[in-house]
Design a protein around this ligand. Structure first.
Ligand code: PSU
Ligand code: MN
Length: 302
């Protein structure tokens, strides 16, 4: 069996029954530039601690599955070259061959579940890409939500995706998509998408109770919580649309495909918006971490 390597902080939290929040590492290696990536990772961990829970950043380092990273491990990963981007399909091969890889939402859910962690905070999940009817590019994150019982807090589907198709696939797979505190599904950089969310809940306690009710029913799978970006940090959808259109056209023109699509688009949008997209991204991840901590505390208390 694959051994889990717990950081001292996470090992202690587990021994004491403290609430834990999992964090992914692809956002660090493939989602943000250095040094903002490591600064954000540390800040998000601190936000979770300040809220009374314990962060567990997950990554594969030289074939070992780490649940919680030390400060040095985080620094090294944030600057490392040739880090794999691991999803369900390649996770086990990376472990078996001693590689270093960052975990996507799908792989982080698998690892969190193996470690007994029920709640996970990130920025954005993968979804159905625009043009998927031709490319078939649908993130493995969506089926993972249907399989693995972890509540994932994100800021709603990013507009680089086809949001209506993403919601359809989630519905087909029986994944509850729950907007937090509003009727509309938020769209990552902006609070509004123009689409009503399939479900709405208004408290961390209700979100925790819903996950526990799934387990009681014997249902596999988790929940997607769509937490709107704070008002002060949002970028109106119309403003982002131009950057997204340009980035998507560049990806098409350069024939970018497969795993490279999401990191390519995020990097191009960062440059086209002159860094504004990143400022909003950091604010929403921190906001998601705080809500995830509250949900984890509710689950621990129940
Ligand atoms: N969306 C973001 N930032 C990210 C990602 C998605 O806004 O960093 C990362 C996550 O790790 C997610 C992965 O699980 O990209 C999805 O990649 P793909 O579309 O190749 O499945
Ligand atoms: Mn893909």
């Amino acid at each position: 069996m694959t051994e889990l390597h717990f950081s001292p902080e996470v090992a202690q939290a587990k021994a004491e029954g403290k609430p834990l929040v999992a964090l992914e590492s692809t956002i660090i290696t493939h989602g943000m530039p250095y040094p903002q990536n490591v600064e954000t990772a540390r800040q998000v961990e601190d936000d979770i601690r300040a809220a009374g829970a314990v962060p567990a950043t997950i990554a594969v380092i030289e074939g070992r599955l780490h649940i919680g990273l030390t400060g040095d491990e985080l620094d090294a990963l944030a600057q490392a070259k040739d880090v794999l981007k691991l999803s369900r399909a390649d996770f086990a091969v990376a472990l078996a061959t001693g590689r270093t890889g960052a975990t996507t939402v799908a792989a982080t859910m698998i690892a969190a579940h193996a470690a007994g962690i029920h709640v996970f905070a990130t920025g954005g999940i993968g979804g159905v890409h625009k043009g998927a009817e031709l490319s078939f590019d649908i993130s493995a994150d969506l089926q993972e939500l249907a399989l693995t019982p972890v509540t994932v807090v994100a800021a709603g589907p990013k507009a680089i995706l086809d949001i209506p198709k993403t919601l359809e696939v989630l519905e087909t797979n029986g994944v509850p998509v729950i907007a937090y505190g509003q009727d509309e599904i938020p769209a990552f950089w902006s609070r509004s998408s123009g689409l009503t969310a399939p479900l709405r809940l208004d408290s961390a306690a209700a979100i925790a109770a819903a996950q526990l009710a799934r387990t009681d029913l014997g249902l596999t799978g988790g929940q997607l919580i769509a937490n709107p970006i704070p008002v002060a940090d949002e970028i109106p959808a119309a403003e982002m649309a131009k950057a997204i259109t340009q980035a998507t056209a560049e990806a098409d023109a350069q024939g970018v495909s497969g795993k490279a699509v999401t990191p390519f688009l995020l990097d191009r949008i960062f440059h086209i918006t002159e860094g504004r997209s990143l400022v909003a991204n950091i604010a929403l991840v921190r906001n998601n971490a705080r809500l995830a901590a509250e949900i984890a505390k509710e689950i621990t208390a129940s």
